[in-house]
Design a binder for this molecule. Structure first.
Ligand SMILES: [Zn+2]
Length: 242
C-alpha cells in the first residue's frame, strides 16, 4: 500500500472532475468524511454535463442550469465549501493550453494539499467510465496542471502577473484507476454519498433509491481493502507528487 498523508495533515482538497455528479458517484463518501474531519474541500467541474439528462421533455437549453444546481446541492450535502464550473461542453474536452491554464489558476488559488481527479488511463474493468473522453482528458489535464505547471514559477507567466504564486500539490487521488492502491473505509459516510448522488435528479431521478446500486458498485472494494464483510470502501490510486 502506498503511503498517504493523514487527513489531519490536509487543510484543503480540490476535486477536479469532468461532469456534475462525477465526484458524488466516485468519491462522495470520502469527500464527506474529509469535510467532517475539517478538510476544506472544493470542486472544479470542467463541463456543465450538457449532454446529460434522460427526460426528452426537458428543454436542452435548460440542462446546464439544472445540472449546475444539482451539483451545488450534491456538494453541499457532502460539506463541500465551494464549486467552480468552467462551462465547457460535455464530450469536447481535450488537451488544450488555455484550459490547462484555467486548472493551474484554480490550483494556485485553492492551494490544495490533495487533488482528486480522473485517472487518464483506460480501465477495461470499467469500460463505460474510462471510454468517456472527458474523464481521460480531465485526468491528463489535471495531472499536467499539478506537475509541472502549478509549482513552476516560470510556467504560465500571465498567472504570475495576476499575483498567483506557484503551489505544489502533495498528492493526487485518481478515480477509476486500473490499479487502485488505496481504499478508504467509508461505511459511516455511505448515506451521505447516497443522498448526494440522488441530488442529481436529472440523471438518476427515474431510478428511485440509489442505495442498493451504489452499494453493489463498491462492494468489491471491501475484500480488496481487507475489510470485514459489511464495511464499504471507495477505491483510489494515490500518486505522490515527488
Ligand atoms: Zn462523468
Amino acid at each position: 500500500m502506498v503511503s498517504v498523508l493523514r487527513d489531519d495533515e490536509v487543510e484543503r482538497a480540490l476535486v477536479i472532475v469532468a461532469h456534475p455528479d462525477d465526484a458524488e458517484f466516485w468519491a462522495g463518501a470520502t469527500v464527506a468524511m474529509w469535510a467532517a474531519r475539517g478538510v476544506e474541500v472544493s470542486y472544479l467541474v470542467l463541463t456543465d454535463g450538457d449532454a446529460g439528462g434522460v427526460d426528452p421533455a426537458t428543454d436542452r437549453g435548460d440542462i446546464p442550469r439544472i445540472r449546475r444546481a444539482e451539483q451545488h446541492k450534491g456538494a453541499s450535502l457532502l460539506g463541500v465549501r465551494g464549486v467552480e464550473f468552467l462551462g465547457r461542453h460535455e464530450g469536447e474536452l481535450q488537451q488544450d493550453l488555455a484550459l490547462r491554464r484555467e486548472l493551474v489558476r484554480v490550483i494556485r488559488q485553492v492551494r490544495p494539499q490533495r487533488v482528486i481527479t480522473w485517472s487518464p488511463e483506460w480501465n477495461w474493468a470499467r469500460f463505460r467510465t474510462s471510454c468517456h473522453v472527458d474523464h481521460r482528458a480531465t485526468g491528463e489535464l489535471a495531472l499536467t496542471a499539478v506537475y509541472p505547471d502549478a509549482g513552476n514559477s516560470f510556467a504560465h507567466p500571465a498567472l504570475a502577473r495576476d499575483g498567483l504564486e506557484p503551489w505544489t500539490v502533495s498528492e493526487i487521488w485518481l478515480l477509476s484507476s486500473p490499479q487502485p492502491n488505496h481504499y478508504v473505509d467509508v461505511t459511516d459516510f455511505f448515506e451521505h454519498k447516497v443522498r448526494a448522488v440522488e441530488a442529481h435528479v436529472s440523471q438518476v431521478g427515474h431510478r428511485g433509491s440509489m442505495a442498493a446500486s451504489l452499494r453493489e458498485r463498491i462492494a468489491p472494494n471491501t475484500a480488496a481493502a481487507g475489510l470485514p464483510p459489511g464495511r464499504l470502501a471507495e477505491a483510489f490510486q494515490v500518486v505522490a507528487n515527488r
